[in-house]
Design a protein around this ligand. Structure first.
Ligand code: SF4
Length: 213
């Protein structure tokens, strides 16, 4: 099974996931930052709270003291640190001209990636979530679920590094932003439903071939 057929099987089974969750790019951006090291269902109420307070836009939450923002982010894991990270990342996005639309940021993807990775609190996964889901750049997002499924199907080892796995996608698939968005979401869904730490292959859409689990 190659990466295209893996995608086709996942899509045929789960359908479009419509990621990233949220109504606006501002929500997508905040979600990318807050989703680090916590469950998504803990992030949702925090974004709702920010929405109610009308502070989804960086210009708004940058006016808050970090401690005050942290209070609002309570529930999303390490909320004090995340308040700092969100303000740093928001300030950066504004410095790059972001106005909530992907086209407002014109710098090359690799430059943006290098800059984002230098920001406090932004690791490769968060960086690439922002690039793909907020700025609509063709950058594949790798997470623990991706490693699990790819390693179980012989594409890489469990210890493969982030960029190594990303290159597998970049070198074997066309640079299609919408497909990359969907593919990452489908992997997450498959891992949650079937490819758990103890895999449940029987009903999994990827069960038939090259299953090394
Ligand atoms: S559950 Fe089994 S068939 Fe499905 S992705 Fe994981 S290892 Fe493959």
């Amino acid at each position: 099974m190659d990466l295209n057929s893996l995608y086709s099987k996942l899509y045929a089974h789960f359908g479009s996931r419509g990621w990233w969750p949220g109504d606006t790019p501002y929500e997508h951006f905040i979600g990318c930052v807050l989703a680090q090291n916590t469950r998504w269902d803990r992030v949702v109420p925090v974004i709702q709270r920010m929405k109610q307070k009308n502070i989804l836009v960086p210009e708004k939450y940058l006016q808050l003291r970090q401690d005050d923002l942290a209070e609002i982010l309570k529930g999303s894991g390490t909320y004090q640190r995340k308040a700092e990270y969100l303000q740093i990342a928001g300030r950066y996005m504004l410095s790059r001209g972001w106005n909530g639309t992907p086209g407002s940021v014109t710098a090359e993807t690799q430059i943006l990636r290098n800059e984002l990775l230098k920001l406090k609190g932004i690791g490769p996964e968060t960086c690439d979530c922002i690039l793909l889901y907020v700025l609509e750049r063709p950058v594949f997002v790798v997470d623990a679920y991706t490693v699990r499924i790819l390693s179980r199907h012989g594409f890489c080892t469990k210890k493969a590094k982030y960029e190594e796995i990303q290159l597998i996608f970049h070198s074997r698939l066309s640079s299609d932003v919408e497909m990359f968005k969907e593919y990452h979401a489908l992997i997450v869904e498959c891992a949650k439903q079937f490819c758990r730490p103890k895999p449940e292959c029987t009903d999994c859409p990827l069960k038939e071939r090259n299953n090394n689990s």
